[in-house]
Design a protein around this ligand. Structure first.
Ligand SMILES: Cc1ncc(COP(=O)(O)O)c(C=O)c1O
Length: 339
């Protein structure tokens, strides 16, 4: 069940081999909205031509109030991690952990030695920009961070910026934060790359759709490193349709739903005396105790193990925000295990 490389272990591996109640995969449950499914189906009519990202990138730019040359469509955020890892001969790339491990794995795959900076449990995993070495020329941070759930204030993230340094902010879960007050997609992009993904909020991991925003010169350099046509016709259709006013309304509804689900989960855990890291992400990092992940699994429930994340161990699990009836079923089994 654990992958050979802990940095390459992901939540989907937790549910692959069994009929488990899934609170491990952090993707909005259920089918994508009908208008998104329709756009994907219609896009099949265009697969006879190579995909052209121009229209989708213009739609993102208009959606975010940016210029089209500040946007790059990608095959999910995962492609962006690889592009960034290969962008420059980084001297001191830093990944702020605990966080999603793919950026770290992509940097290692590209031959870099990665410096790990750990946020601390006693600070509730808050970001301390001073903990990042001065000579770091690349810093990767997640916001809100997977798996801690912490939302770093935009002003604190901006304190990472330095001349000659690129700061990458992975906002794959930002759609789940109502109003997105700490997003940097609309801010001054000097020294910044902001990654977004359609995977989580729209429930389309199989489409492989995302985009990044950065200064035009950085976007152009990243584009040069891209495999031609890597953002598929389906991905581009999805990106475009997720920029409409209708999508904006649905996105806000989904964020409100996830917030309510998370509050229910976090409150119930805290009430039972379980340590929960505060934050607005659509999942909860909870200290349930050593071995509980495996015992929950035996009881038929998948939550995300956390011993594969630098800075965490087997006492922690990440639990996805789900409808209250699913959460309550998980809690019933959890409390039976940990009376
Ligand atoms: C924080 C974070 N960023 C990025 C990704 C990957 O997103 P995508 O499907 O867009 O490649 C994930 C997937 O688990 C994630 O948790």
């Amino acid at each position: 069940m654990a992958s050979a490389d802990p940095l390459r272990h992901h939540g989907d591996a937790e549910v692959r081999d069994g009929h488990l109640l899934d609170l491990a995969v952090n993707v909005f449950p259920g089918p994508p909205p009908g208008w998104l499914v329709d756009a994907l189906v219609v896009s099949l009519g265009a697969v006879g031509a190579y995909p052209d990202p121009t229209v989708a990138e213009r739609a993102v730019a208009a959606h975010l109030g940016r210029e089209p040359d500040e946007v790059l469509a990608t095959a999910g955020a995962a492609e962006a991690f690889g592009l960034l890892a290969r962008l420059r001969p980084w001297r001191r790339p830093v990944v702020v952990h605990p966080q999603f491990t793919e950026p770290h794995a992509a940097l290692e795959q590209a031959g870099h030695d990665v410096t790990t900076v750990l946020c601390r449990p006693e600070d509730d995993y808050a970001l301390d920009p001073e903990a990042v070495p001065d000579d770091a020329d690349l810093v990767v941070v997640g916001n809100p961070t997977n798996p801690t759930g912490v939302l770093h204030p935009a002003a604190v993230v901006r304190r990472l910026l330095r001349p000659g340094r690129l700061v990458v902010v992975d906002e794959a879960f930002m759609d789940a934060v109502p109003g997105e007050p700490e997003s940097l997609v609309g801010s001054d992009l000097d020294g910044l790359v902001v990654l977004r993904s359609l995977t989580k909020h729209w429930g389309v991991p199989g489409v492989r759709a995302g985009y990044l925003v950065a200064e035009p010169a950085v976007v152009a350099a990243l584009r040069r490193g891209q495999t031609p046509w890597s953002a598929s016709t389906q991905a581009l259709a999805a990106i475009e349709v997720c920029c409409t006013d209708e999508a904006r309304v649905t996105a806000a509804e989904r964020a409100a739903t996830l917030t309510a689900w998370r509050s229910h989960l976090a409150a119930a855990l805290a009430q039972a005396g379980t340590r929960v890291v505060p934050g607005p992400a659509p999942f909860v990092l909870a200290r349930v105790g050593a071995g509980v992940h495996a015992r929950l699994r035996t009881a038929g429930v998948a939550v995300r193990r956390c011993d594969t994340f630098p800075g965490l161990d087997d006492t922690w699990v990440r639990i996805a925000a789900r409808p209250p009836e699913t959460t309550d079923e998980m809690l019933r089994l959890l409390h039976a295990l940990t009376p």
